[in-house]
Design a protein around this ligand. Structure first.
Ligand SMILES: NC(=O)c1ccc[n+]([C@@H]2O[C@H](COP(=O)([O-])OP(=O)(O)OC[C@H]3O[C@@H](n4cnc5c(N)ncnc54)[C@H](O)[C@@H]3O)[C@@H](O)[C@H]2O)c1
Length: 372
């Protein structure tokens, strides 16, 4: 199969769909890999890295889209890219179609087959191609929160780990899923006094079993949250209710009860945010202040560490990408129901029920799509 990887063109996107290592693996399985010139630069991979992995470099996205059987990307195709997709071509990338009727329409019109990273599943009910970015954002949250806590950045001037004789920062993590667990691990590793809140007792039991005394955990009620937030130096928002906007768990009125210069890091901002005063920010201007409380609300946190994020995403996508290339998408999806769950569009038809429901469109069963 000829696998093509164009340069990402969405603003502030520095990741790339294929690492040189992934290219090398694909080539070693007998596939041809074409990479757009400089596609890996934002993540620190040079064209020479790809060439020594056995890939060929093409100058333009047009050439990549015109020649490749499968396009491997990071972000959903932008309007100009969607025009270049063609019938029978396979697209493997993040799509997030439910809130995006324009993209859905263009993908259907193109006649391509599109497998979305975010809906591929695993045996444990997880989302293996979404989890790496939650891991990155979770581990980054205490790091950016610690920077924001510094006096010059508007924070309280508190050191995460304290020093002998001085208490460490108090960190509260709301939501103990992938983001929250990784955030708590790193905050605890920095020496902070960490409490995680979750509404799932099963999850709290798991955290207790696995992490013991590394951090505390508590059932998430409005009362418990308010009490912990009042005392906190840093609050990390990491909740998710699948398919819904994030619930607002800290109100504006609560900010006046917090310690001045305390920091809110709202990782859930991509689902609308879980603090009333959150509004999405960018890496260029990541923080702002409301009522004396500093807010960090960057919606694409993994972009700050594009190299790590590219490698983490590449590790997760590689086995699926190889299966798609080795077997063709039909056989690969027939053999792996988790990959079939990723099928969102095929030959002008929508094949993912939640997207159909969100957009009020008809859906073809993915199993039937395999036969078309
Ligand atoms: N900003 C970014 O760059 C970025 C990057 C990755 C993920 N995210 C977002 O981070 C959020 C968390 O993602 P995740 O992968 O950890 O999800 P997850 O499903 O693994 O975890 C979410 C957790 O929130 C808990 N929860 C739900 N309601 C709660 C409540 N009221 N109080 C306490 N806990 C509650 C759930 O029980 C679950 O354990 C999502 O909104 C995701 O989109 C943002």
């Amino acid at each position: 199969m000829k696998i093509g990887c164009p340069t990402e063109i969405k603003p502030q996107e520095f990741r790339v769909g294929m690492t040189p290592d992934a290219a090398r693996e694909a080539v070693s399985h007998g596939h041809e890999v074409v990479i757009q010139k400089s596609a890996g630069m934002g993540a620190g991979f040079t064209d020479e890295d790809y060439v020594s992995a056995g890939a060929a470099i093409l100058d333009t996205a047009e050439e990549i889209f015109a020649t490749a059987d499968m396009i491997v990307k990071v972000k959903e195709p932008q309007a100009v890219e969607r025009k270049m997709l063609r019938e029978g071509q396979l697209l493997f990338t993040y799509l997030h179609l439910a809130p995006d009727p324009e993209q859905t329409h263009d993908l259907l019109e193109s006649g391509c087959t599109a497998i979305a990273y975010e809906t591929v599943t695993d045996d444990r009910g997880g989302l293996p191609l979404l989890a790496p970015m939650s891991e990155v954002a979770g581990r980054l949250a205490p790091q950016v929160g610690a920077w924001t806590l510094q006096k010059a950045n508007g924070g309280r001037g508190v050191l995460m780990g304290g020093v002998p004789g001085v208490a460490p920062a108090k960190v509260v993590v709301i939501g103990g899923g992938v983001v929250g667990t990784h955030a708590a691990k790193v905050a605890a590793g920095m020496g902070a006094d960490v409490t995680i809140l979750d509404r799932s007792l099963t999850r709290l039991k798991y955290l207790d079993d696995v992490f013991g005394r590394t951090f505390k955990n508590q059932y998430s009620t409005a009362g418990a949250t308010a009490e912990l937030v009042r005392e906190a130096d840093m609050v990390i928002g990491a909740v998710l209710i699948p398919g819904a906007a994030a619930p607002k768990l800290v109100s504006r009125a609560q900010l006046s009860e917090m310690k001045p210069g305390a920091v809110l890091v709202d990782v859930a901002i991509d689902q609308g945010g879980c603090f009333e005063t959150s509004k999405a920010t960018t890496h260029a201007e990541p923080i702002y202040e409301v009522d004396g409380i500093m807010h960090y609300c960057v919606a694409n946190m993994p972009g700050a560490v594009a190299r790590t994020s590219t490698q983490a995403l590449g590790n997760a996508t590689l086995p699926f990408m190889l299966n798609l290339a080795n077997k063709g998408w039909r056989k690969a999806c027939e053999d792996d129901p988790h990959l079939l769950n990723g099928l969102n569009v095929h030959a002008g038809q929508l094949t993912y029920y939640a997207v159909g429901e969100a957009l009020g469109m008809d859906v073809l069963s993915p199993k039937l799509a395999l036969k078309q």
